[in-house]
Design a protein. Structure first.
Length: 747
């Protein structure tokens, strides 16, 4: 069933109810709503705001619509009067109610029909009654069904529609076709039935129609439709029943023969009278389960553009029983002591009997040949039954061979090592067993005991046990050792002599005995030397040295013994000669050098002024500054060589640090009287007073030297100098007193 065709109209009614509800909210808030109560209500509200005179109520007649099952129906009764009248109503449709304060009729109607509702408004000035006609419609449910399960090409396909609303009827039926992948359906016919054509094959059909309203309902016509049908099938046709030939006997062949001229591609299906399907070929061989049952053959024909057609033969007579011979086989090795198993195929409830020649020897499915069976022929005779067959007898034969004895492996005790005795235990076969010891294919001993020799080293040994029983082939078993290892021995520890300091010589002496010693010296886990003697190197400082002695002996594992020294201490430091070159003057570089310093040595430096270390002067070169002026310089060199103590040497510079020659210059030497000229000077002593004078005695500038030891600025030549045009501009300092002049020409 479906109501989807009326959803648009239902939503439109719901929207109207929501808008009316908004009007009601505004009225409840004291606002005039013209759409709900009209101009008269607005005028009344205005009059009530300015006067309290009573006014007789009025109720406006009206017509409105509602729909069965659609919630949120709301209608505002248009009533006036002062004071505000109280409303009552009678004749309301089931599911609707009136709010006497707001005048709203609301709810969900449940029954279709026309309902004249009488609404009365009452206040202190009187009462009035109006009629509101509520027309409740019912959107009809419908059931659209097809007249058959699936449409076929060439066969009428009909539609049947039942409606839930009395008086409604279906009109304008149209048929549509849609193939898989089509974006829209295609109109193919009209009317209550449609006959599919070949172009419709594989497509689905659907019907669209209109539902006309009953007389008196205010809806007129609504669109509806059916669900899609099953895909359109091919055209149908009929074929004649086949004929079964052959005898319905278990094991015989039956053949299904179609009538000559049967069209299409044929397939077959054999069926028993209890509905069980038996085969899909054109022939069938009845089985025992088919005994007393009647069989039929159904053929199915496939034709292009047609639906398949099927026809079934007449049943056969009941299937009869047949005779059979069971197939017998013997599994297992035909050997004394080995189990033989007799198997039967093609029958049920088999009975087994074993015969040696013509003499019965055993009853049962399995048989273990004994010594008497060796060289004889055994027969397994089976009598079996089979559903649908008479009892049958079958046989199978084998020739029995000598038995094979299987024995457990012997057990070897002891360690496969030169000089260590081994024992071979025959494990329960004390009297029957013969034991041999072998290395490879060579027999090296017999009996239970054997002691490996040096010739066995690296080879596994095998104890071979041979056990013989009457009537059986002799049985052999063996056990192997691991490869024979060399023997072990324990020489005494070596003795270690010598001073454990860097440069010292250590001596290692192995304990005496019938072996050959070899020596290795180890520091930690690393080999650092071989031989009996080892000279300690700087790398050994702080380590414990180990002398490892390996003693070798024919047929035995090497024996390793060790002896360790104490912790290796540093060697005695060397004495180095230190020399200083250069002039001890401010700004001049001095260099220090040490003779014969080892390549792996590290040297640290420190320069001193009057015995006090100079901050930052820690390289082999040093340039004195004015801070060292007048001081006597010295340098310390500390040589560190790994494994030895530090060696410190010193050297003192013979002369004290002197100042560098003072420098003084002018920007130009031809100067006009009254003009200014720039000057600069360097290599001065910080804190030293200075002055510049024009010879013979005019002072042009003066000051004190800053920490940089330089001065710069400008001087002005007097306008009146008189006398000679060639003069000297001289820089003079005190403590120490020095002067330096520049010749100038004044013009």
């Amino acid at each position: 069933m479906s109501r989807s065709s009326w959803m648009v109209r239902a939503l439109r009614g719901l929207l109207s109810s929501l808008l009316l509800g908004l009007s009601v909210v505004l009225v409840a808030c004291g606002l005039a709503v013209l759409g709900a109560a009209g101009p008269a209500a607005a005028a009344t509200a205005k009059t009530a705001a300015v006067s309290e005179e009573a006014e007789t109520p009025t109720v406006a007649d009206d017509v409105t619509q509602a729909t069965v099952g659609i919630p949120m129906f709301a209608y505002q009764v248009r009533a006036t009067g002062a004071p505000t009248p109280v409303l009552t109503a009678s004749g309301l449709p089931a599911g609707l109610g009136l709010d006497p304060r707001t005048g709203i009729i609301s709810g969900t109607p449940t029954t279709r029909g026309g309902y004249p509702v009488s609404v009365t408004a009452t206040n202190s000035a009187g009462s009035a009654t109006g009629t509101i006609l509520i027309e409740v419609e019912e959107i009809p449910d419908y059931i659209a069904e097809y007249t058959s399960d699936a449409p076929h090409v060439g066969e009428p396909f009909g539609l049947e529609v039942s409606l839930s609303v009395p008086g409604a009827m279906v009109t304008d039926v149209e048929w549509f076709r849609r193939h898989e992948g089509d974006l829209q359906s295609t109109l193919v016919g009209t009317g209550w039935t449609y006959t599919p054509v070949p172009a419709d094959y594989g497509a689905t059909l659907s019907a669209g129609f209109f539902i006309a309203s009953p007389p008196g309902d205010f809806w007129s016509s609504l669109g509806a439709g059916s669900a899609e049908s099953a895909p359109v099938r091919a055209r149908r046709f009929e074929i004649e029943a086949p004929v079964v030939t052959g005898q319905p006997v278990v094991g015989d062949l039956l053949t299904c023969n179609p009538v000559e001229g049967t069209p299409g591609r044929l397939s077959y299906r054999w069926t028993r009278d209890d509905g069980v399907e038996l085969g899909s070929a054109d022939t069938y061989v009845p089985a025992p389960r088919d005994v007393d049952a009647e069989l039929t053959c159904t053929i199915t024909s496939q034709r292009d553009d047609h639906e398949s057609a099927a026809a079934t033969s007449s049943p056969t007579s009941p299937v009869a029983r047949a005779r059979f011979t069971p197939t017998v086989s013997i599994d297992g090795v035909a050997r004394v002591g080995k189990m033989l198993t007799c198997d039967s195929e093609g029958g049920e409830w088999p009975e087994f009997e074993w015969l040696r020649g013509a003499d019965p020897v055993w009853s049962g499915r399995s048989y273990w040949p004994v010594a008497e069976d060796a060289g004889a022929t055994l027969t397994c005779r089976v009598t079996a039954s089979k559903a649908g067959y008479e009892p049958g007898v079958g046989t199978a034969r084998v020739d029995v061979e000598l038995g094979h004895t299987t024995v457990e492996r012997p057990t070897i005790y002891g360690t496969a090592q030169v000089g260590s005795e081994l024992v071979c235990d025959p494990t329960g076969y004390w009297h029957e067993a013969v034991l041999e010891w072998r290395r490879g294919t060579i027999v090296i001993a017999t009996g239970r005991w054997y002691t490996p020799t040096p010739a066995d080293v690296g080879e596994p040994l095998r104890c071979v046990m041979t056990v013989t029983y009457p009537g059986y082939v002799p049985a052999t078993s063996y056990a192997d050792t691991d490869p024979v290892e060399s023997g072990t021995f324990e020489p005494g520890p070596p003795s270690l002599t010598g001073a454990a300091i860097v440069g010292g010589l250590l001596r290692c002496d192995a304990a005496g005995g019938p072996w050959n010693p070899s020596y290795r010296w180890l520091r930690g886990g690393s080999v650092v030397g071989t031989g009996e003697l080892y000279r300690l190197a700087p790398q050994d400082l702080g380590a414990v040295m180990t002398c490892e002695v390996t003693a070798t002996r024919d047929g035995y594992r090497d024996a390793v013994t060790t002896a360790s020294s104490g912790v290796v201490g540093p060697g005695a430091p060397a004495v180095y000669e230190l020399n200083v070159t250069g002039v001890p003057q401010v700004g001049q570089s001095l260099s220090a050098a040490i003779d014969a310093v080892p390549a792996n040595a590290s040297v640290s430096w420190q320069w001193l002024a009057d015995g006090v270390p100079i901050a930052g002067a820690r390289s082999d070169r040093f340039v004195p500054t004015t801070r060292q002026y007048g001081a006597r310089l010295a340098v310390l060199a500390t040589v560190a060589v790994r494994g030895y103590g530090p060696a410190t040497s010193s050297a003192t510079v013979a002369a004290k640090v002197a100042l560098a020659p003072m420098r003084f210059s002018l920007a130009r030497t031809r100067i006009k009287p009254g003009a200014k000229v720039s000057y600069s000077a360097s290599n001065l002593l910080p804190g030293q007073p200075w002055l510049i004078r024009l010879s013979p005695g005019k002072v042009l500038a003066r000051g004190v030297v800053g920490h940089s030891g330089t001065i710069r600025g400008s001087i002005e030549i007097p306008r009146k100098v008189g006398g000679k045009t060639h003069r000297i501009v001289r820089l003079e300092t005190a403590s120490p007193a020095r002067s330096l002049g520049v010749a100038v020409t004044l013009r």
